[in-house]
Design a protein around this ligand. Structure first.
Ligand SMILES: [Zn+2]
Ligand SMILES: [Zn+2]
Length: 320
């Protein structure tokens, strides 16, 4: 029996759903695919073996490319992925985060690819903080180890429904910072830039924030990373822009000041409204718009006037 992948679904999540739909517990399904024990499916997320992909495609009818797209093999953001860890130690990261409201709202609850990133702390749909543990038994998500026919949103250790976990709040400036970082990564990857330096800066944020001296972002629990982002959101952005190429630094400052590209495009449209008189087409921020070109144009048009790099109010940018 086949199961269609959901939008943004992670390979392991799809594999667990596929197993259950075929009457097999995820732990037994590992054997069917010739995998060992433990974190067999999260390991496939990181490195999808060609013969496993071929077998899955043959058995499910889902195209090979669609299956490969679920994995995170060779992703430029790999350094930002939460490390695979079977046991959840206090204050340490677990391998997977989740939004309880997303799981509760799904007709077939599934885990999203962006939840694997250490730079993600909240849900962009619901605005609440992500969680990385079962609130009842404090274990991390262990659906790969489930030995009964139980859907993956139930804790594999105690059976708690993760969709019923209470809401975690994250302050708005921290969520804006998170969104800006996400957009900066996307823009720089889309422009074909090397993002090794960017990911190193992001990994060092706990040191910059003084949250946990000497620790990298990926080893911290979600609640520690939320504290880290809340602290950073109030600080000057030089930690992400110093010693960078001018164009890169300017683009990062603009995205940080605006709180992500959606807001930036809205500012740009307002600016055009006010100064150039041909704003209408800009209003609908078409996904095919070349964001890089737009940013450069905006930057040139405003010449930095009125752009505050530190937590501006929207009006502050508009006045430029
Ligand atoms: Zn959500
Ligand atoms: Zn539990």
């Amino acid at each position: 029996m086949s199961v269609d992948p959901k939008p943004d679904e992670l390979l392991s999540s799809w594999l667990h759903r596929l197993a259950i739909a075929n009457g097999l517990a995820p732990r037994s399904f590992a054997g069917v695919l010739g995998r060992g024990n433990g974190m067999w499916s999260p390991r496939l997320d990181l490195r999808l073996l060609p013969h496993v992909a071929a077998l899955l495609s043959e058995q499910t009818g889902v195209p090979h490319e669609a299956i490969s797209a679920l994995a995170m093999t060779g992703c430029a953001l790999t350094p930002l992925l939460l490390p695979l860890r079977e046991n959840a130690r206090r204050n340490r990261s677990t391998w997977m985060q989740y939004c309880p409201l997303c799981l509760a709202g799904d007709d077939a609850p599934y885990f999203r690819r962006p939840w694997r990133l250490a730079t993600r702390i909240s849900c962009f749909v619901h605005g609440c903080g992500l969680r990385d543990r079962c609130p009842a038994c404090r274990s991390g998500v262990a659906a790969f180890d489930q030995d009964e026919l139980v859907a993956q949103h139930f804790c594999a250790r105690c059976g708690f429904d993760l969709g019923r976990a209470s809401k975690v709040s994250v302050k708005a400036p921290a969520r804006r910072l998170e969104r800006s970082i996400d957009d900066i990564c996307k823009v720089e990857m889309a422009k074909g830039l090397m993002i090794g330096d960017l990911t190193s800066r992001l990994l060092r944020t706990p040191v910059v924030a003084g949250v946990s001296l000497g620790k990298t972002l990926t080893i911290l629990s979600t609640s520690s990373r939320i504290r880290c982002f809340e602290w950073l959101a109030d600080k000057h952005v030089s930690w992400l822009t110093a010693d960078e190429d001018d164009a890169v630094a300017r683009r990062r400052r603009l995205l940080l000041a605006a709180g992500g590209h959606d807001r930036l495009i809205a500012h740009f449209a307002d600016f055009m409204d006010k100064h150039q008189g041909s704003p209408r087409p800009m209003r609908s921020s078409s996904p095919s718009a070349d964001l890089g070109a737009l940013l450069e144009a905006y930057s040139r048009a405003t010449d930095g006037r009125g752009i505050r790099t530190k937590r501006p109010r929207i009006g502050a940018v508009r006045r430029g």
